[in-house]
Design a protein around this ligand. Structure first.
Ligand SMILES: Cc1ncc(C[n+]2csc(CCOP(=O)(O)OP(=O)(O)O)c2C)c(N)n1
Ligand SMILES: [Mg+2]
Length: 403
């Protein structure tokens, strides 16, 4: 099946655990790009050129595009909760490698089921396969991801005021120890942590992946600090999610838990606002939040804190956070950010036309007219400062990949 495929993709889940490096070897050997489920983030090195990131909404552009053109999907050790959206877009052959045979065919019609744990399968596949020459398809996929990475880097270095979220993640990455633990609350921080947070197998992180329960940030961070007192621990939460559980800052204080609390305050339930952007409704509903002074609230509970409104103030704020938390006390950074929508890569669609692929924006995008109407993919990218982003078909043309 691999030999017959023109555009194979491996979709890997957290079943790969300690086998990430081996999977990279297999991906290179067979020239098959990797897409991860969210929970596999960190298990495959971010700097591997064939790692295209995560797919669906909390996603990278390259992963969504490659999934949309795949003609063979090999799912290894994954139980992808958004399979019904992503796997249903078009026909491809479907191979599932799973340690639990009862899961076979759960998310897609099965062409082949392989009953194995992920790493053993990868080891055997390495052993029994022949290397293929460098493929234009793989090169185009890697170039597409490189283009996306450059876009993210540009966003991290933007110094816009009101502040955007990317510079905050840049600073979190900069002060993080190599075994830091992150508790990511539900909302835009899921999308943004998948895009910006640097994770390796040494890091631990907790996220409410399946039920998406807002308010999981502080409890996750408290659990992390109590379980791993010697590790640096972050709680990263939106203002809506943080407000639901902020009374437990007092718990952090009472038990001397050196947690760095980062609140991304945009006065909006922004994750939901973005969904409403694409619904045919006249106006947004129930998404506005009143602004609050989280730094003052924290101080009222005896927790040291700072408010940040511009990127140039981030380094000092995080330096203070590190100093205070290293001394065994919690700290809070109230980062006032804009409620701009992040580039909704899930709106990109690809279809085959006369031997090549055409990329368009889903017609339901911006149904309620809140964003500017877009006539082309280039305009769509430009609305998110992505003037230098290129659609996947351009890379296919560059590397002479036939549909
Ligand atoms: C308990 C709960 N209520 C509602 C939701 C639906 N929901 C998902 S994200 C979100 C908004 C999150 O807003 P905020 O914490 O301010 O983060 P932002 O997206 O603005 O960064 C909502 C209401 C949820 N996931 N969990
Ligand atoms: Mg918010």
């Amino acid at each position: 099946m691999v030999k017959a495929a023109k555009r194979p993709v491996i979709h890997v889940g957290r079943g790969i655990k300690a086998g990430g490096e081996k999977l990279v070897e297999l991906s290179k050997k067979l020239q098959i790009p990797l897409v991860m489920t969210g929970l596999a983030k960190g298990l495959i090195p971010d700097d591997y050129e064939g790692n295209l990131g995560t797919s669906n909404r909390a996603a990278s552009k390259a992963a969504d595009e490659i999934m949309a053109v795949a003609d063979l999907l090999i799912v290894i050790g994954a139980d992808f909760p958004f399979a019904k959206l992503v796997y249903k877009t078009h026909d491809f052959k479907f191979v599932q490698v799973d340690v639990d045979e009862a899961q076979f065919g759960r998310h897609h019609f099965l062409d082949l089921g392989i009953w194995s744990d992920a790493t053993s399968f990868v080891e055997k596949a390495l052993d029994r396969s022949e290397a293929v020459p460098a493929s234009p398809y793989f090169k185009a996929a890697a170039a597409d991801m490189q283009n996306w990475k450059e876009y993210l880097k540009m966003l991290e270095n933007q110094d816009k005021v009101p502040m955007q979220v990317a510079p905050i993640y840049k600073e979190i990455n900069a002060v993080s120890t190599d075994d830091a633990i992150y508790s990511i609350d539900v909302g835009d921080n899921i999308i943004n942590s998948f895009r910006f947070l640097k994770l390796t197998p040494k890091n631990k992180w907790v996220i409410s992946a399946l039920f998406a329960s807002m308010g999981s940030g502080i409890p996750g961070a408290i659990a992390a600090k109590l379980s791993f007192p010697d590790h640096q621990v972050f709680n990263i939460a939106g203002d809506g999610a943080f407000s639901m559980v902020m009374q437990d800052l007092l718990t952090e204080k009472k038990y001397g838990l050196g947690i760095i609390n980062v609140v991304t305050s945009n006065e909006t339930l922004n994750f939901i606002k973005s969904e409403q952007d694409d619904l045919p409704i006249d106006h947004h509903s129930g998404i506005n939040l009143a602004g609050q002074d989280f730094a003052m609230i924290a101080k009222g509970m005896g927790v040291d804190s700072v408010t940040v409104t511009k990127p140039s103030d981030l380094p000092a704020a995080f330096a203070k956070a590190v100093e205070v938390t290293n001394a065994g006390q919690p700290f809070l950074i109230d980062a006032k950010i804009s409620a701009d929508r992040g580039l909704p890569v899930e709106e990109l669609q690809l279809k085959q036309e006369n031997g090549h692929f055409v990329e368009t924006v889903d017609p339901s995008y911006n149904s309620n007219g809140d964003q500017k109407p877009v006539k082309s993919v280039a305009e769509f990218f430009a609305d998110y400062d992505g003037q230098d982003l290129k659609p996947l078909p351009e890379f296919f043309a560059e590397y002479d990949v036939k549909a």
